[in-house]
Design a protein around this ligand. Structure first.
Ligand code: ADP
Ligand code: ZN
Length: 234
């Protein structure tokens, strides 16, 4: 299954992509995570993308498209993958469509997660992230068990440099101007499901599973199990 998690910054694309990735056992590919990793490891790519990210602007397509095209040809993407934060421009979605078509594959579903801009600002200013394992928390909606510490690896949580109010406003402008047209493009060509981002992460997950025609059937150590519902609704 090839899924695209779509939506403005702060709607919870990444959190939901992680859950789906475990349930469906297909890789979660986040351009933001890949870029932040490169910045943290001081690679050449990291040096080039940092200024764009810190200012809330998109990283140029030349640095983004090739990276993702290479990644989705990895063997682990054979039975599908989940893209989070890509495509964000018309050129990106066109390239992706062409590359997949050359392999007789296609995007199965675009999950469009929606939330008002006013609520997005609250979500992003309260967001805290684990710099080691990339888990995402929120001061009100998704608190860590111990204040300021990651549940999984106990690292000190940090605020992303681009989660300040002025940069958030810029990122929302960029989303409306450059990324939103990707949604209309997808509506004409692929299956798009619209899901409201609820304050409760589990509620949003349930809605996404339902719109994808998937029902959770309990959890195991290796991650959630799922099954596809024959009639497509739970
Ligand atoms: P969010 O969705 O919260 O804005 P991401 O982690 O997806 O955060 O992205 C962080 C930053 O990384 C973006 O503001 C942008 O600078 C860069 N970025 C991520 N994905 C892309 C992309 N597909 N094209 C261009 N820039 C990107
Ligand atoms: Zn952690």
């Amino acid at each position: 299954m090839i899924l695209i998690m779509f939506g403005a910054p702060g709607v919870g694309k990444g959190s939901q992509a992680k859950i789906l990735s475990e349930a469906l056992r297909i890789p979660h590919i986040s351009t933001g995570d890949i870029f932040r990793e490169n910045v943290a490891n001081r690679t050449e790519l990291g040096r080039l993308v940092k200024v764009h990210m810190d200012n809330g602007l998109l990283v140029p397509d030349e640095m983004t498209i090739g990276l993702i095209m290479d990644r989705i040809y990895n063997a682990d993407c054979k039975s599908g993958f989940i893209l989070d934060g890509f495509p964000r421009t018309l050129s990106q979605v066109e390239h992706l469509g062409r590359s997949l078509k050359a392999e007789k594959r296609s995007i199965d579903t675009v999950v469009n997660i929606t939330l008002d801009d006013a609520k997005i600002i609250g979500r992003l200013t309260g967001r805290r992230v684990c710099p080691s394992c990339n888990l995402v928390y929120h001061l009100a909606y998704n608190k860590p068990h111990n204040v300021g510490r990651c549940n999984k690896c106990s690292s000190n949580l940090v605020q992303r440099v681009d989660d300040t109010e002025s940069t958030i406003v810029r990122r929302l402008q960029v989303y409306h101007a450059q990324t939103k047209p990707v949604l209309s493009y997808c509506r004409d060509r692929y299956v798009v499901v619209d899901v409201v981002s609820e304050d409760d992460i589990d509620d949003t997950t349930r809605n996404i599973f339902r719109s994808l025609g998937l029902a959770a059937i309990g959890t195991s150590d290796e991650g959630s199990q799922y099954m596809r519902l024959s009639n497509g609704c739970a």
